[in-house]
Design a binder for this molecule. Structure first.
Ligand code: MLT
Length: 264
């Protein structure tokens, strides 16, 4: 369904009943990347999977975005949906937004799941790559992000052996509005350093890495987990970046086990 919040229209999948779990997607994706998690969790939890402004079915931004702006959209959405407190899960770009949410309103979250994400900001080279991505998005449309990202999202074995998964991934990426992805690229290029935030996180935290993830490598994720008090850290074998889609059974088992221990 679509909701008018914070001066925009956001698409959100809202499924199940119980304690709320918000799942924030990555780039260049939308809520559909969480399909296996929504199916698995929604018999016990209220699962909220929004599309960020300018991605999926949400409206295109009309002015430049920062990660803080995406986070403000999510807070407004929580208000609109009557969710006072939730467990927050962020995958990659969704993790960057989760960090921004914890800066803005830590009291709204009772647990944290960080999947395949990293706390450091981009360096100069990273920013330059984002600018190049923005230019190719204007030249080639969403295919620019699809072609650059696909080989980094799943392992070479998955690319070869799971054509159905690859097809559904392509379907999601091809449906992205290119201009929305430009906004997201620029927002990520200039995101805050979240390293100082890590030691202030006081909610139960689950950190999930993919063994072959080159975007958020396991050693970076391990160091992130080490800076969060009491965080539990897991590496999913034979997985690349997109662990929730590539290894849904292992990912869901970790999630369900973690959620059982959280007080709403
Ligand atoms: C993502 O999966 O959201 C992106 O890889 C994040 C990034 O490019 O930093």
């Amino acid at each position: 369904m679509k909701k008018h919040v914070n001066g925009t229209e956001l698409f959100v999948q809202d499924q199940g009943q119980g304690a709320a779990v918000i799942l924030l997607h990555g780039f260049p994706l939308d809520h559909r990347m969480w399909q296996a998690q929504v199916e698995s969790l929604s018999s016990h939890y209220r699962v909220i999977a929004p599309d960020f402004r300018g991605m999926g079915q949400s409206s295109i931004p009309v002015s430049p975005m920062s990660l803080t702006n995406y986070a403000q959209d999510i807070l407004a959405l929580m208000d609109e949906l009557g969710i006072e407190k939730a467990t927050l899960g962020g995958f990659s770009m969704g993790g960057y937004v989760a960090f921004a949410l914890l800066r803005l309103a830590p009291e709204r979250f009772s647990g944290l799941i960080l999947a395949n994400t990293r706390p450091e900001p981009d360096g100069q080279e990273g920013r330059k790559n984002r600018m190049n991505m923005a230019v190719s998005l204007y030249d080639k449309g969403a295919a620019a992000a699809r072609d650059a990202m696909l080989p980094k999202l799943v392992t070479a074995t998955t690319l070869q052996e799971q054509p159905q998964l690859v097809d559904s991934l392509k379907l999601i990426m091809d449906s992205m509005p290119a201009e929305g992805l430009v906004h997201a690229s620029i927002a990520m290029a200039f995101r805050d350093d979240s390293v100082p935030l890590l030691s202030t996180i006081s909610v139960p935290t689950l950190v999930i890495a993919g063994e072959q993830d080159a975007i958020a490598p396991p050693d970076v994720m391990k160091s992130m987990a080490d800076h969060i008090q009491g965080a539990s850290y897991h590496v999913i074998p034979a997985a690349s970046h997109l662990t929730p889609m590539e290894k849904p059974d292992v990912f869901n088992a970790l999630l369900l086990n973690f959620l059982k221990g959280i007080k709403a």
